[in-house]
Design a protein around this ligand. Structure first.
Ligand SMILES: [Zn+2]
Length: 98
């Protein structure tokens, strides 16, 4: 089995990939579920997301800036554990020719 590619998702692609429940989880993580190593606390004011990456495990990696301190933060959302997400992610990969 060859390794999956990392894919940088634009907002439109992210929208297609996530169902309502997954979007809810995503919003929660962006707003209050990401730890900031600079604040040594969760990002109390949320994260300004700069990049969403579908990684080789079919998890989504969020990279951005802590809105409170301006430090860089990143966070995995382990969608790759959910079979229905993996099915969607793989057909998405196919659709964009990966
Ligand atoms: Zn911070």
């Amino acid at each position: 089995m060859s390794a999956l590619k990392e894919i940088y998702l634009n907002q439109f692609q992210l929208n297609i990939l996530l169902d309502e429940e997954e979007k809810e989880a995503y919003r929660y993580i962006v707003q209050e579920g990401t730890y900031c190593v600079h604040c040594k606390d969760v990002c109390k004011e949320g994260v300004e997301v700069h990049e969403n990456i579908l990684n080789d495990m079919n998890d989504i990696l969020i990279k951005g800036i802590c809105k409170k301190c301006g430090g860089h933060v990143s966070r995995f959302i382990e969608y790759g554990e959910f079979e229905d997400f993996v099915v969607k992610a793989n057909s998405f990969r196919k659709a964009i020719g990966e």
